[in-house]
Design a protein around this ligand. Sequence first.
Ligand code: 2NL
Length: 345
Amino acid sequence: MQELIQKLAKELDETVATGKDSLESFRLKFISKKGVISQLFDEFRELSGEEKKKVGKALNELKQAAEAKLKLLQESLESNAGEGDVSIDFTLPSTQNKIGNLHPLNLTRYKIIQIFERLGFNVADGPEIEDDWHNFSALNFPENHPAREMQDTFFVEKGNGEGSQDILLRTHTSNVQIRLMQKQKPPIRSIMPGRVYRNEAISARAHCFFHQVEGLYVDKNVSFADLKQTLYHFAKEMYGKDIQIRFRPSFFPFTEPSAEIDISCLICHGKGCTVCKHSGWVEIAGSGMVHPNVLRNCDIDPEEFTGFAFGMGIERVTQLKYRVNDLRLYSENDIRFLKQFKTVM
Ligand code: 2NL
């Protein structure tokens, strides 16, 4: 029995607990009613007086040592809680950082800005909530123009018709050009990208907000030839050198003469398809020579200076470049749509 006590004392000494399970098996083996120490006490009771003297002390020491060890193991396990218990599998693949990409409208906007910056245009910005004068009157819109109706424009505040003006969500970025011409005299060569608002029912082809880039070049001797060459250069940079463009006479209150700009259809290369409605051409921008009244409204003498201006929809330019066939996709935040532009640029 003495030998067994010694052997158990050694084993007890060497025990380390690596978790709740090993602590429990230690308890079962040494401390519990059916454990080895309890068994030894049963056997001890059967021994003769002489023999009891020999092993009694050692057996009591073993029991105390076992109880002390259990306490020690419990404490060390508690202080390591959350560490010793958690097993980390270093062979698992790491969590991937998902890298996003630019929104297609931003891709197009940056591309447009890049093209015009190389031609010496800078970027100007202005308010989206605007007064009637900067959005309509200064741009030579007549008093009764339909764009000034509630059906077409979102009004924020109604003016009283005397001192105060209507306040509205801008319907184009031309308000920025007006503000620029008021504070900066020619030469002016700027583009104005930004969000604009129209009171439209939302569908695949119309939305109540969209994005525009307008451009303005005012200086001495700016001609329609400058306008044509600038936009031809833009079309080639945007869609490739084989693109063709054409100017169609049009009307805007703020330009005279005015022209709509078409590019040759990128889908069918002029043969005729549903995108170009079998005409071979698709509209990309509006343009013209700045109306003398607009220059006068900004205190620029139309006898001394002339200018051209143009405006294009960023959604439209994007649609033709990447064949997006529904305007709503741009603002639905559907990741399946957005991530398709990852490889662009
Ligand atoms: C279109 C047409 C256009 C302009 C915008 C402009 C601005 C000033 C003076 C004269 Cl301050 N013109 N902007 C000129 C012609 C067309 O936009 O269809 N945009 C999507």
